[in-house]
Ligand binder design. Structure first.
Ligand code: TNX
Length: 495
């Protein structure tokens, strides 16, 4: 890596032109910048890179003067991020002399893509990973299973993809679309080269209809609106089945985390009351209601995750059955339930902030938009940029209370993104705002400066053929068509 870094640095300088005026043209903005003129290739004598573990792990120190470039990383990742800073400087006018001392605000800087409702495919995922890497985002949460499709090959259970991968949210008969284990390894390696850890999610016990189509023996039933929604917690075989799936998944993803969902179980668990196996389980384990059955199931699966040597992540729903105490990481997503966040903070649960508002990228960005979600508001870029600091007061928390927060993440649920055009439109340029919120300390953020620096991003996205929402001139980038907006009022929300 180090040798490659030196070669890259030389290439950057060879291309150096006149440096631009204004803020350093880099997103996310580095923490400490002191500039002093521009670098001229003619006088450059030396390029040095090194690692100094005394620096923050993902941080770096960049010193550029007329004669030399010195880049020191706190780790290989830090060095990589220093390179990303130089690369953006080069793309956006040229390298500048001066000193940059930089490190991230949060260690978890995530983006989630749902491929179950609509399948994006390998090329789109790689494009997103490329964009994440240049923005110093480091966690790719991959929602691979849901009611509409199962997208990951499991060798021990081939019907999961032969049957379960058929269909999408818009077309239940769409041909099977999924990742083979070879594809998964390729993507995981591609991400690792970019210092991104891939976090797989296998959603359970709800959102399981695609799996249940494949192996009805483990079906726990659902509700009239969510048929076949759950796995059957009353059958011992269900635990063996799901554990063997997780064993294959754990082997494919070298990162330390395994996400098992745990969300919205009540959408379908009403079917459990009429299951003889569940009734027997309740008698045997002295479980007094459906919530306790859910807890029993999730604790059993948490044990499996532990045996596989992984740390469990769950949606904030899993707090209700005590998985926070067990050391699970919590994805706080219910923005209308700050009480959940308050409890997580008070109990010291390691938490990732990904509230629907403003971090669900399936919500629209502008009031005029017709495709996407809008629930008593939506997710404009300004709000993503102001996250999380502008929200503390509304949640009844202070910055000090937020110590257990590991980081932030945006989630793209894909019910309403049926093609790549729509994926791109919902993700860009909001991903840039997310990156600055995740990396840059609040005192170093400035929305005006960000919007100026975003001009460079628009040019780059154009050059790369990536579609985006252009808030400067919306008429030039019309909203791609799709199913009409899903609007809900707070009183209609189920949870
Ligand atoms: C809730 S967030 C869900 C998803 C939907 C999303 C739509 C979460 C844990 N579950 O299944 O796709 O809302 O915004």
């Amino acid at each position: 890596m180090r040798k490659a870094a030196v070669i890259c640095l030389l290439a950057l300088v060879a291309c150096t032109g006149k440096a631009p005026e204004g803020p350093l043209p880099v997103i996310p903005a580095p923490q400490e910048v002191s500039l002093d003129g521009t670098l001229s290739r003619a006088s450059l004598e030396k390029v040095v890179t090194s690692i100094d573990h005394a620096l923050p792990e993902e941080g770096y120190l960049l010193e550029v003067d007329k004669r030399s470039i010195r880049l020191v990383g706190g780790s290989e990742a830090g060095l990589y991020y220093g390179m990303q800073t130089l690369l953006q400087e080069k793309e956006n006018g040229g390298l500048r002399c001066g000193t940059i001392t930089d490190w991230p605000r949060y260690s978890w800087r995530g983006f989630m893509l749902d491929e179950a409702r609509h399948f994006s495919g390998k090329e789109r995922v790689k494009m997103i990973l490329d964009q994440m890497a240049r923005l110093k985002l480091n966690r790719f949460h991959w929602h691979l299973t849901d009611a509409q499709g199962w997208r990951i090959q499991i060798e021990g259970w081939p019907l999961l993809t032969e049957v379960g991968a058929v269909g999408t949210h818009s077309d239940p008969y769409a041909p099977a679309a999924y990742y083979t284990q070879k594809d998964i390894r390729e993507i995981v390696a591609y991400a690792a080269e970019r210092h991104i850890v891939v976090v797989p999610e296998i959603d359970m016990p709800g959102h399981a209809a695609a799996a249940n189509r494949s192996y009805p023996a483990f079906n726990g039933g659902g509700s009239p609106t969510q048929p076949d929604f759950t796995f059957n917690p009353g059958k011992e075989e269900t635990y063996a089945y799901l554990t063997s799936i997780l064993r294959e998944v754990a082997a494919l993803f070298p990162g330390p985390w395994l996400h098992i969902g745990g969300d919205e179980v009540n959408y379908g668990s009403e079917a459990w009351v009429s299951s003889p196996e569940v009734k027997a389980l309740m008698r045997r384990e002295k479980l007094s209601g459906l919530k306790e059955v859910e807890g029993y199931f999730l604790h059993r699966m948490a044990d499996s995750v532990k045996v596989l040597g992984k740390t469990l992540i769950g949606w904030d729903d899993v707090m209700d059955v005590g998985l926070g105490e067990e050391g699970a990481l919590i994805d706080w997503w219910r923005h209308d339930r700050p009480d959940k966040l308050k409890r997580a903070m008070a109990q010291g649960y390691t938490t990732i902030l990904c509230p629907r508002k403003p971090l669900y990228f399936d919500f629209v960005q502008h009031d005029d938009h017709k495709v996407g979600r809008k629930w008593d508001g939506f997710c404009p870029m300004e709000d993503v940029y102001a996250f999380p600091d502008a929200w503390y007061e509304g949640w009844g928390l202070t910055e000090k209370d937020m110590a257990p927060v590991l980081g932030i993440q945006a989630n793209l649920w894909s019910e309403l993104t049926h093609n790549t055009h729509r994926v791109d439109f919902m993700v860009f340029p909001r991903l840039y705002a997310l990156a600055e919120s995740a990396w840059t300390l609040p005192q170093n953020k400035d929305y005006g400066s960000f919007r100026r620096r975003l001009e460079d991003a628009y040019r780059l996205l154009d050059a790369m053929g990536i579609y985006y929402y252009d808030c400067r001139a919306p008429q030039h980038h019309p909203e791609p068509e799709g199913p009409s907006i899903i609007e809900r009022k707070p009183q209609d929300w189920k949870d």
